[in-house]
Design a protein around this ligand. Structure first.
Ligand code: R1P
Length: 308
């Protein structure tokens, strides 16, 4: 599909992830850190990926086989903007339903004996005046499957526990909007207390999950909120553009760039966050604990995607 607002290279690759149809599986684990992606890809059959695409913009995609199922691991870097590129561009590279698990790290608001597995995520912006507690929810079924594989994967001697009811807040920066006090005037001294007060059950902060869950749950393969299909003329807007207020600068006379593609399916997403740091005590887990936790949590993510 070619969309007027959706750039591709001359080779037909999506512009930022550098992928073309066939290089990505519809079952995806997404991580921030490329080294986490490369380590997890060692679990693919043959000990490595069969497709590796490194884009000019720093996205890394590894596709291979795990337990007979074709999966992809995509390292996206950090933040909402990169998550936005990832979800929208991956959607253009596969047909049918997509299943996406974010396998990330986070800071927790209490002690360190907490991970992994989130029921939702909240967005906050980077200024105290604009904290907006909007909730986005994980896909119920995928979340339940992941909770099961995580529970099965926890080593018996681990102090880590899986909290599949945990609430996470996604923030648009690491420093100011997570209440870190630096040498810049962020006016964020009371941010953590504010969040604990306003967001029931919040235990962690990271930077991507809200946007993943939001895009996944908002996506409609037939664009049914803005487009209706006429079999003779193709997709048309359900509202006449001329009836919208002309003074609104966001209204344009261009046709909506949304097109209907019935080969598309839903996007099912959920997230597992590993707690690497405590914001209340400033403690970090050790590098060895990072490796151990990543190993079993990553395997649980791959396993979950084989079960959907
Ligand atoms: C900040 O250090 C980064 O780590 C967390 C945050 O969400 C942010 O991207 O996630 P990853 O470990 O997946 O990168």
């Amino acid at each position: 599909m070619t969309l007027p607002d959706f750039p591709r290279t001359a080779e037909g690759r999506v512009y930022h992830l550098g992928l073309k149809h066939g290089e990505l599986a519809p079952r995806i684990v997404t991580v921030g850190d490329p080294s986490r992606a490369l380590k997890l890809a060692e679990e693919f059959e043959g000990g490595r990926e069969s497709v590796k695409v490194e884009s000019d913009r720093g996205f890394l995609t590894l596709t291979g086989i795990y337990k007979g199922v074709r999966l992809s691991i995509v390292a996206i870097g950090m933040g909402f903007a990169n998550m936005d590129f990832f979800v929208r561009e991956c959607r253009e590279c596969v047909d049918g339903d997509m299943f996406i698990i974010r396998f990330g790290s986070c800071g927790c608001l209490s002690d360190l004996d907490q991970p992994t597995g989130m029921s939702g995520a909240h967005y906050i912006s980077h200024l105290p005046d604009f904290h907006i507690p909007i909730k986005a929810y994980a896909d119920d079924r995928l979340h339940e499957i992941l909770a099961g594989t995580l529970n099965n994967a926890v080593p018996r001697d681990s102090k880590v526990r899986v909290d599949h009811e945990a609430v996470n807040a996604s923030t648009d920066s690491f420093y100011s909007s997570q209440g870190r006090i630096t040498s810049f005037p962020d006016h964020n001294e009371n941010l953590l207390e504010f969040l604990i007060d306003r967001v029931p059950g919040i235990i962690s902060l990271e930077m991507e999950t809200f946007h993943l869950l939001h895009l996944a749950s908002a996506y409609r393969p037939t664009g049914d909120l803005t487009v209706q299909v006429n079999s003779e003329t193709g997709p048309m807007p359900t509202f006449p553009l001329t009836s919208l207020p002309t003074s609104n600068p966001t209204v344009s006379n261009r046709s909506p760039s949304v097109q209907v593609d019935n080969s598309r399916g839903r996007i099912h997403a959920c997230s597992a966050q590993m707690v690497f740091a405590s914001r209340s005590t400033n403690a970090f887990i050790t590098p060895e604990e990072v490796q151990q936790t990543q190993a079993w949590t990553g395997l649980a993510c791959l396993e979950a995607l084989t079960l959907v």
